[in-house]
Write a new protein. Structure first.
Lengths: 120, 291
């Protein structure tokens, strides 16, 4: 099972980025092999619009079935949902902390976007 | 002549200048309200609605039975209006600029286009003035296609005054592009001057002759006038900071109707603009116009 985390760094000790669409990177952790990959998302930092959509597509492309992030807007939510990815919002400081929360089962999948889009 | 009225800062008096100019121009003039997010010229020029037309942009419709989820469309779209997944593609019409590129790059020919309504263009007849206004639907953020649709309703051969939105971004460029002259309305405050400089950079880049109207003179300081002199930008009119103007405005009245003393200054602005246009056509368009 693969879990994606929004982050600004390359390691498990890197901060969990509160933003989904404009997170610089995604860390994708495989719970079976306990190995992770880091996927670049820099292209979206300066996107004029649709950063969440593009990020959701990137996460879907990693094969992750779960996403742990700070906040998720409506358009990204729609794409992630269509891709069958479960979304969790967490307050964790680092990816490692967020991973611990995820593995312990305390995070509940979000049923809707938790923030508004920027174009509504 | 196509005369555009723009500004950097909002609320400096673009609509005041546009509507009063249209009134003193008298017969056979078109006034285009291009501030499609909040058109307000109609508040000052009450007329009868002549026509209302819907404006649509073409957005992609994807045939799920043909789509293979290859991602060509979404990687082409710089506005991220399409997301591609293994299972197919998802379209976000509100982000689409209607360029049609996705349907061209789709190898499966799975994309056709359908109209997505963004607003209306309304035409009013009010005295000798034809008022054309674009009105963007609530929730729509794409002003330029609607502004282009409003401008397409202009009849050639009749003078037009274009009331631009504030700022210096795409909707303003769409409005003032192909204007013969741009009047930049500002106020003599640090904020007004700061944004005037941005607006001047914009019209210079577009190589459109331009002059300045300073509104609410007496309220701020003299730096705007100094800036215009140093940069050889003609100040075409100064409107004083007059409480009676504000009162007329608050009642939805034109200055030239409510306060006849201002009729002549607006007529002068019109004739100066006309002369300026003629002289700049003669000396060819030049970014740094010297007069």
């Amino acid at each position: 099972m693969k879990v994606a985390f929004s982050t600004s760094g390359n390691t498990l000790n890197a901060p969990l980025d509160r933003r989904f669409g404009r997170a610089p990177k995604f860390l994708v952790y495989d719970t079976e092999t306990e190995i992770f990959d880091v996927v670049d998302n820099e292209q979206n930092l300066n996107a004029p619009q649709g950063a969440g959509i593009q990020s959701a597509q990137t996460v879907a492309g990693t094969g992750a079935g779960h996403l742990v992030t700070g906040h998720c807007g409506p358009k990204a939510f729609k794409v992630l949902q269509a891709a069958g990815i479960k979304i969790y919002t967490a307050e964790a400081a680092t990816v490692a902390d967020a991973l611990k929360l995820f593995l312990s089962g305390t995070l509940k999948p979000a049923g809707t976007a938790d923030v508004e889009g920027h174009w509504v | 002549m196509i005369l555009a009225v723009a500004s950097g800062k909002g609320g400096t008096g673009k609509t005041t200048v546009s509507a009063n100019l249209a009134r003193v121009a008298g017969q056979h003039v078109q006034l285009l309200d291009c501030d499609v997010e909040e058109p307000n010229a109609h508040l000052f020029l009450k007329g009868t609605l002549h026509s209302r037309e819907e404006v649509c942009v073409p957005v992609p419709r994807i045939d799920d039975s043909l789509c293979t989820g290859c991602g060509e469309c979404s990687s082409f779209c710089r506005f991220h209006a399409i997301a591609s997944l293994d299972t197919g593609a998802i379209v976000f019409p509100e982000l689409c600029h209607g360029c049609g590129g996705c349907s061209l790059v789709c190898p499966e020919k799975a994309i056709t286009e359908q109209g997505h309504r963004i607003g209306v263009v309304e035409t009013f007849q009010t005295g000798g003035i034809i008022l054309i206004q674009g009105k963007l639907d609530i929730g729509v953020s794409m002003a330029p296609p609607l502004i282009r649709a409003a401008k397409a309703r202009l009849s050639r051969g009749t003078s037009a005054i274009l009331d631009a939105p504030p700022g210096t971004s795409c909707p303003v460029i769409t409005t003032i592009r192909d204007a013969d002259l741009v009047i930049l309305v500002t106020e003599p405050t640090p904020f007004g001057l700061h944004d005037l400089k941005l607006a001047v950079d914009m019209v210079r880049e577009l190589k459109i002759p331009h002059g300045v109207v300073i509104n609410r003179v007496g309220a701020g300081d003299g730096r705007t006038r100094v800036y215009c002199r140093e940069n050889r930008i003609p100040v075409l009119m100064e409107i004083p900071d007059d409480r009676e103007i504000a009162q007329a405005y608050s009642r939805g009245e034109l200055i030239v109707d409510a306060l006849p003393a201002y009729r002549r200054p607006f007529e002068n602005l019109l004739s100066k603009s006309l002369e300026f246009h003629l002289s700049s056509t003669r000396s060819e368009r030049h970014a740094d116009l010297r007069i």
